[in-house]
Design a protein around this ligand. Structure first.
Ligand code: HEM
Length: 218
């Protein structure tokens, strides 16, 4: 029996298309439904799985909202607030360095092997460097940027410094701003009366009893 090339190619195409369709059907419908049935048997409650409704729908709605309602806070104000928060509560309270080669530092000669702790949090709270209101939250001090606020001295280093400076600092700031802008488009918030201001340093500086906030839908 002879099979023409055309017929052979059509058959191969048909097999490929059928396999692909089955895979897609399995991926978007059969498998999620099967997983849902398994989880329901174990007591899962909640909405049924629906194609293209769920995370995809939520994310596209959030993106639409983010584009349509730009928040009024300018980037500079948010940067000032974040800098001031990082000044008063630097997550890394101190940095460690080991001296690898005898070094002259001011009047001191520091021998090889000495371990030096740079107390970020103490430098950030220093009255001589930051003035009388050093312990107060005042984002205005960063209104003209970091170098003006620090008068050109190395007195603000929440992300460390030198060759080992935090590689994630820009990502951390961008992520914070994105999260904040998404929250502020839908909610206003205030601290709860149950919030107790008790920063403590357990590996990183953190609120000892959590940061209790109340969100209001807007
Ligand atoms: C507010 C958030 C963050 C703070 C306050 C912070 C702070 C720091 C500090 C103080 C150091 C030590 C720098 C030094 O020794 O001079 C450091 C190092 C580092 N950070 Fe961050 N960091 C943050 C977020 C992140 C994120 C989001 C990432 C990664 C995505 C990251 C990755 C790293 C890495 C890999 C190092 C080691 C760099 C090296 O030793 O060469 N950090 N960070």
């Amino acid at each position: 029996m002879e099979i023409s090339l055309d017929k052979f190619a059509t058959s191969v195409l048909f097999v490929i298309m059928t396999t692909l369709s089955c895979m897609i059907l399995n991926w978007v419908w059969l498998r999620p439904k099967y997983l849902e049935r398994c989880l329901r048997k174990q007591g899962l409650v909640g909405n049924s799985y629906r194609l293209f409704f769920g995370d995809t729908k939520d994310s596209s709605m959030m993106i639409k909202q983010a584009c349509s309602k730009p928040i009024e806070l300018s980037d500079d104000i948010v940067t000032m607030i974040l800098n001031e928060a990082l000044r008063l509560y630097p997550p890394a309270a101190s940095l460690l360095r080991i001296v690898h080669k005898e070094t002259k530092l001011g009047n001191l000669i520091i021998p090889t092997g000495v371990e030096i702790a740079l107390p970020t949090i103490l430098v950030h709270h220093d009255y001589e460097l930051w003035g009388e209101n050093a312990k107060q939250f005042n984002s205005e001090r960063f209104s003209e940027g970091i170098s003006k606020a620090t008068k050109g001295q190395v007195s603000f280093f929440p992300f460390g410094g030198g060759p080992r400076i935090c590689v994630g600092q820009n990502l951390a700031l961008v992520e914070t701003k994105m999260a904040l802008s998404l929250i502020l488009q839908n909610f206003s918030f205030e601290t709860s009366s149950s919030y107790a201001h008790a920063p403590c340093s357990i590996i990183i500086v953190q609120p000892q009893f959590g940061a209790h906030i109340i969100l209001h839908k807007i």
